[in-house]
Structure formats: structure tokens, C-alpha cells
Design a protein around this ligand. Sequence first.
Ligand code: ADP
Ligand code: MG
Ligand code: MG
Length: 199
Amino acid sequence: MLDVGFFRRWMTATAASVDREAQRLTDLDSPIGDADHGSNLQRGFNSVRATLEKEAPATPGAVLVLAGRQLISTVGGASGPLYGSLLRKTGKELGDAAEVTQEQLAQALRAGVDAVMALGGASPGDKTMIDALVPAVDALSESFAAAKAAADEGAVATTPLQARKGRASYLGERSIGHQDPGATSSALLIGALVEAAGE
Ligand code: ADP
Ligand code: MG
Ligand code: MG
């Protein structure tokens, strides 16, 4: 079972991972964006980490709802509302349970990813964070490690795609040949599940 401690570790491990990879995320956002993805997420997840320390939410769902709210209010740019909706919706799906199973997390995260698609209008193959999140959710029932591998693969597989959503889509065919920054940060978020589980 996954308790509130697991969800706190998931968020703090994501914050640490975003700190480590911020420059890379910004570099990926340079050729096909506005070179701010690393700093956007660093600001957002640092705020998540600080708020979790101050407020100490009591349940898994409350941790994610709080994290989502922080991302929405601190990240300027497309990724803030999108990641914010992902975590808020996932948290709401978990309700006020003190502990959840891995399968319950997988189902809740699927609802979260659906909310991101509804908000941003992206489908798989549009070269966005969705291309890492959908395969990750599909693999999550198997294991956290399988979800991480699927997200990493999904992020790499965005390289040959032409962007159809977000800033990168303004470049048309020139977006081809670059890995999507948001798919890359989604792989960090999913990878942090493995760390939170201590696997
Ligand atoms: P901005 O483009 O506003 O500067 P960021 O650089 O923080 O925002 O985030 C860019 C990332 O957000 C993209 O790489 C992409 O993965 C994701 N993204 C942008 N628009 C959408 C959308 N409509 N649906 C899903 N993901 C999106
Ligand atoms: Mg950007
Ligand atoms: Mg921007």
C-alpha cells in the first residue's frame, strides 16, 4: 500500500530531479520553444516542496491536490496548468483514503492524464507530455520501473514527430528532430515514483 509518505517522497524526488535536470529541460526548450521549461518547473516544484513542508497534508489525495494547486499558481507557461491539472485530478480521484494500492494510483493517474488531454487538446503523437504520460500509465499496473521505462521511451520517441500542440507547433516541420521538453519532464515525474518506492 502507498501511504502519504510515499506521495510526499514522490513530489520531493520530482523536485530534486527537476533541479538536477533543469538546464537540460531548458536546453530542449530552446530550439522548439522559449527556453524556459527547466526554470518553469524548478520554480513550480520548489514551491510544491516548500508548501508540503509547511502544510503537511494528511492523505495521498491531499498531497497531490496541494501540489497541483501550487503548480497552477507558480508556473507561468503552458506546463503549469497542465501539470497542475494532472496532479489535482489524480489527487481528487484518490479521495481521502489514507493508503492506496498501486492499481488505484494507476487508475487515478489515468483520469489525471485524461484531464490534461481535455484541457490542452493534445492526443498521443502530437509531441507533448502526453507521449510520455500515456505509455507510463499503461505500464503502471505492471510496476513503477516499467512505467519509468515506458515514459523514457515515450519521451525519446517524440524526436521524429512534428509538434501539433503548444509553442513547438508554430515551427511546423522544423519541430521535427528535437525531443519534446514536456515529455522529458514527464519522464522525470514518473521516474520519481521508482525513487519514492525505494526501488
Ligand atoms: P511554454 O511553452 O508556455 O513556455 P513550457 O516550456 O513550460 O511552457 O512547457 C512546454 C511543454 O508543455 C511542451 O514541451 C509540451 O510537452 C507541453 N505542452 C504544451 N502545450 C501542450 C498541450 N496543449 N497539451 C499537452 N502538453 C502541452
Ligand atoms: Mg517554454
Ligand atoms: Mg514560456
